[in-house]
Design a protein around this ligand. Sequence first.
Ligand code: ZN
Length: 420
Amino acid sequence: MQDTEKEGIIISNASELFLGPVTKHEPVYSNEIADAVVIKKGIIEAIGETSIILSNYSKFDYEIIDCKKRNAVCSSFVDSHTHLVFAGDRSHELRMKLQGKSYLEIAQGGGGIMFSVNKTREASESELENLALQRLDEMLLHGTTTIEAKSGYGLDAENEIKILEVIQSVNEKHPIEIISTFLGCHITPTDFLGNQWEYIESMMQLLPQIKSRNLAEFVDIWTDQGAFSVEESTLFLEQSKEMGFKSRVHADELENVGAAIMAANLRAVSADHLLLSEAVSADAMAEANVVANLLPATPFVLMSKKYANYQMFKDAGVTVALSSDFNPNCYVLDMQTVIALGCYMMKMLPEEALQASTYGGAVSLNRENEIGSIDIGKSADIQILDVQNIASIPYKFGVNHVNTVIKNGKIVVENGIKVE
Ligand SMILES: [Zn+2]
């Protein structure tokens, strides 16, 4: 360490400091209006009023970021549902979608999920890595510092492992922390149609290798009409659980086949999509502490009128997360856009949508003790926005408001530019 190296960072004079759920922040100062955060050794050390903080910490020892009451400050985003790694651009499908072509017609016209699978199979590991790193840069510039990334566009042993290796490799190269999920059972690839069990077994055979090489922490499966049945999914998830994997489920997206209730019965950490879930599913999830991971960008790009029922999950007492579902058919890397969709399409309040995009995502990844809110002792994963209040994130939508991003106490984006 050089002599000139500072001990940490003080963010002062925030116009709004959104802490999120705070457990350890005890108000040390009476009548305080917290607008400052002290970061030391990558950890949030103190939260309080600027004048008091600045009298307790030497400005010679800390780098001061003075928000001058112009910038809102909050935890950086935790995007807990992404399909980060795939090859192939599907912008050509948009015209077909807008002209009302069905999923099947698009697939027959050379598009759809098998297009992405074929392009991903053809791509080398380094090509996939470069694509993933570009996407991670975009996410970081838009305030995301932790994501979940799934496999699921390889759909055979070799290519599913290839994708997981890419996730592991880019995690080491990029400031964004990545939590990896094995989604071999995304859909049954066309070469296995009619032999669904055989396909599931081939994916289960990969579990020991994935475990021993630490290639994934979670497994995921799409339990739905036209994907995997509740019976098949239960078998796969139970087997995975025995081997030490935590589980997540793509649930109740196209049909309510009871996937959310299955997720509750199997104590999955997160059930995602949930467009068609009913109150009984929400109650079961609340009882089993399953996070409802809502992905409003998906119905948006599908031009569906059906969004997840946020109020129902809230009323049931379920922890709600908000995520991008970044994938070749839903190309959104920006959580601010997802927040706007959460507000305007699901009637989430701005602070609810922001909390779901930070703390909710952290709970959905079992990381709520480390990240997801501005709290003493937590990792300093913080963003400074060019808006005065957090309601302006969805209010002034369609613009990247992120000015500064801090990951583990290190400035990784400054004035909207990635720090290399
Ligand atoms: Zn998904």
